[in-house]
Design a protein around this ligand. Structure first.
Ligand SMILES: [Zn+2]
Ligand SMILES: [Zn+2]
Length: 392
């Protein structure tokens, strides 16, 4: 069956699956129902299914021909710990959990691709359908890698896709190099000496020192990062004191640091330590820094990014493909997979209007109209990547 015809027939059914997953959201490493649904679907298609990678993650294997080449296609499965405010029929059935990032749609699209590719088998090699848990802050991709993802399933490249609100439905964006930023967290404990607010000379004021640290941190991006590079240092919490007339003994600052390159990331981490320690000392206090590295920057390899653009142009039309959109300072744990393998992470427009509200909004919904586009993209990508050699 031709792909277009398949997509027409499958669309309503895939949308039904998507809405079922939306109605039953599961957060990081709890994606048992979702993983079971995926495993059952893949087994019914005749795929070999490997469960338990990264706890609730799984990989479906589809082979054709004799080539040893392989390609990984990745979808994330987890929902967010937030309350849904939508009122439609497929709204979340689970209090405090919601598919507000469209991972329900990512699962449905990759299942749709597995359906078509398993029926047609018009490729030569192995396709690994990677369904990962815990993208939202918990690093499910890294756990799958630790469990041997790339050793057990040898592949030359790995590809990821995210729906993108604000980009018109059917438009597509990819770029060589950074697509998303690293995301790290820091906590600075400033310790001074508390006392009576009317006798500040007898104290070492951690609030004044903390305020000076917040100000000085602003110079890291403006004076330590090259003007043509990008970085973010945002202090998002400042906790200290309880009374009008007491200088507290300590203050706590927390925030996030982001960058598009490992070099800038390292410079920000070192800079935060230097500024916090030195400014605190200058004001007679002490600072202790806890810096927690989260996701690395998501960096597409140039050849694979160009390949994705070619595939997308074929599926969606050349005019629909952007290769010049700026990256965003959001983060994505597909970055861990791109540290191991060549590949690219792309955005598929989720559309304006009804489905166009931003990711992580309590009224977000994945746009079912783009399911066939995502399926077609995955199918063509796998077929092109594992194309039969002309002489065979
Ligand atoms: Zn998200
Ligand atoms: Zn997401």
């Amino acid at each position: 069956m031709e792909l277009d015809e398949h997509l027409r027939r499958a669309q309503a059914r895939l949308a039904h699956i998507r809405r079922d997953i939306h109605a039953h959201p599961e957060t990081a490493f709890e994606e048992r129902r979702t993983a079971a649904l995926v495993a059952e679907h893949l087994r019914a298609l005749g795929l070999e299914v490997h469960t338990g990678l990264g706890r609730t993650g799984l990989v479906g294997v589809l082979r054709a021909g004799s080539s040893a080449r392989g390609v990984g296609l990745r979808a994330d499965m987890d929902a967010l710990p937030m309350e849904e405010r939508n009122t439609f029929e497929h709204r979340s059935r689970h209090a405090g959990k919601m598919h507000a990032c469209g991972h329900d749609g990512h699962v449905a699209m990759l299942l749709g691709a597995a359906e078509y590719l398993s029926a047609a088998r018009a490729f030569d090699g192995s396709i690994y359908f990677i369904f990962q848990p815990a993208e939202e802050g918990q690093g499910g991709a890294a756990e799958m890698i630790r469990d041997g993802l790339f050793e057990r399933f040898p592949m030359q490249a790995v590809f990821g896709l995210h729906n993108w609100p604000g980009l018109a439905a059917g438009r597509f964006a990819v770029r060589a190099g950074p697509m998303m930023a690293s995301s790290d967290e820091f906590e600075i404990s400033v310790r001074g000496r508390g006392g009576h607010a009317a006798m500040p000379h007898l104290t070492a004021d951690p609030i004044v020192a903390g305020a000076a640290i917040v100000q000085a941190l602003q110079t890291l991006v403006s004076r330590n990062v090259a003007p043509v590079e990008a970085g973010v240092v945002s202090v998002t919490q400042f906790h200290a004191g309880e009374a009008f007339n007491v200088i507290p003994p300590q203050a706590c600052l927390r925030g996030t640091a982001r960058a598009f390159s490992p070099q800038v990331r390292d410079a920000l981490e070192a800079g935060i330590a230097r500024v916090a320690g030195s400014v605190a000392a200058a004001l007679g206090t002490e600072a202790e820094l806890h810096y927690r590295r989260g996701y690395p920057p998501t960096i597409n390899t140039p050849a694979e990014a160009a390949f994705c653009a070619t595939v997308a142009a074929e599926v969606l039309g050349a005019g629909q493909v952007h290769q010049d959109l700026p990256p965003t300072m959001g983060a994505e744990d597909f970055a861990f997979m791109l540290q191991e393998k060549p590949g690219a992470y792309v955005w598929l427009g989720n559309g304006e209007g009804e489905g166009g509200c931003m990711l992580h909004s309590p009224v977000f919904d994945f746009n079912d109209a783009i399911i066939p586009l995502g399926v077609a993209y995955w199918v063509r990508l796998a077929q092109r990547f594992l194309a039969r050699r002309p002489e065979e």
